[in-house]
Design a protein around this ligand. Structure first.
Ligand SMILES: [Zn+2]
Ligand SMILES: [Zn+2]
Length: 198
C-alpha cells in the first residue's frame, strides 16, 4: 500500500491527500519542478508582514499594493495578498468568491480576519461598514482643511431657521445643509444659546 500524503501541492498550492509526494495531480507533476514551492512562497509572504504581530491584530501588508489591497507575485501572476493569505493558511479560494475582511482594513492579510463571501456580500458589507466610516473620516479631513466654510448667517436666516424648526420640525442636519452652516450652529440657534437678542 502506498503512502498517503496530506499536504499542499508544490505547484498549485492546493491541499491534497494522495500518493503524490510533491504534487496534487499529474497535471501539476507534468509542469516540472516549480521555481518556488508552496512552503517557500508562504515564507516569502510572511516576510512581508510586520515582525512580531499577534494573531489578533491586523497584519498590514508591507509590500506592493493595488487599489488599497496588498499584492504579491505568486506563480508568475500578481495576486491579491489577502487572497493568497487565505489560500496559504485557511484553504482554497473558489474563483467566484471574494475574500472579505472582518476588520474592514483592506491592507490587512491576517488570515484570522478573512472570510469567504460572495461578491454581493462583500459589497453589502463594505457599504454597511466602509462607506459610513469613510464619509465620516472624509468630513473630518475636509473640516480640517477648511472646506466647510460656513456662511455668515443673517438675522432673518436665524428667524427662518427657528420658524422652520417650530413649524415643520425640520431636522438639524437639513437646516444646516439648507443654510450652509454646521449642525451645532443650528442647535445653538434653536436652543437660543446664540442669537439670543432676536
Ligand atoms: Zn497541484
Ligand atoms: Zn485585520
Amino acid at each position: 500500500m502506498s503512502k498517503v500524503y496530506k499536504r499542499h501541492c508544490d505547484r498549485c498550492g492546493n491541499y491534497y491527500e494522495g500518493s503524490g509526494r510533491k504534487y496534487c495531480s499529474t497535471k501539476c507533476y507534468g509542469k516540472g519542478k516549480p521555481t518556488e514551492t508552496f512552503e517557500e512562497a508562504k515564507e516569502r509572504f510572511l516576510s512581508k508582514v510586520p515582525k512580531g504581530v499577534s494573531k489578533e491584530e491586523c497584519w498590514n501588508w508591507q509590500a506592493g499594493k493595488s487599489q488599497g489591497y496588498g499584492t504579491m507575485t505568486y506563480q508568475g501572476k500578481t495576486q491579491y495578498a489577502h487572497r493568497l493569505s487565505y489560500s496559504f493558511f485557511k484553504g482554497k479560494v473558489p474563483s467566484d468568491l471574494d475574500v472579505c475582511h472582518s476588520c474592514d482594513n483592506p491592507v490587512c492579510v491576517n488570515p484570522n480576519h478573512l472570510f469567504l463571501g460572495t461578491h454581493q456580500d462583500n459589497m453589502k458589507d463594505r457599504d454597511r461598514k466602509g462607506r459610513n466610516r469613510w464619509t465620516k473620516q472624509r468630513r473630518k479631513i475636509m473640516f480640517a482643511k477648511g472646506y466647510f466654510h460656513t456662511a455668515k448667517l443673517r438675522a432673518d436666516d436665524v428667524i427662518n431657521i427657528r420658524r422652520e424648526r417650530e413649524k415643520w420640525g425640520t431636522s438639524y442636519s437639513d437646516l444646516a445643509q439648507k443654510y450652509n452652516t454646521t449642525v451645532s450652529n443650528i442647535q445653538h440657534i434653536i436652543n437660543r444659546e446664540t442669537w439670543k437678542h432676536i
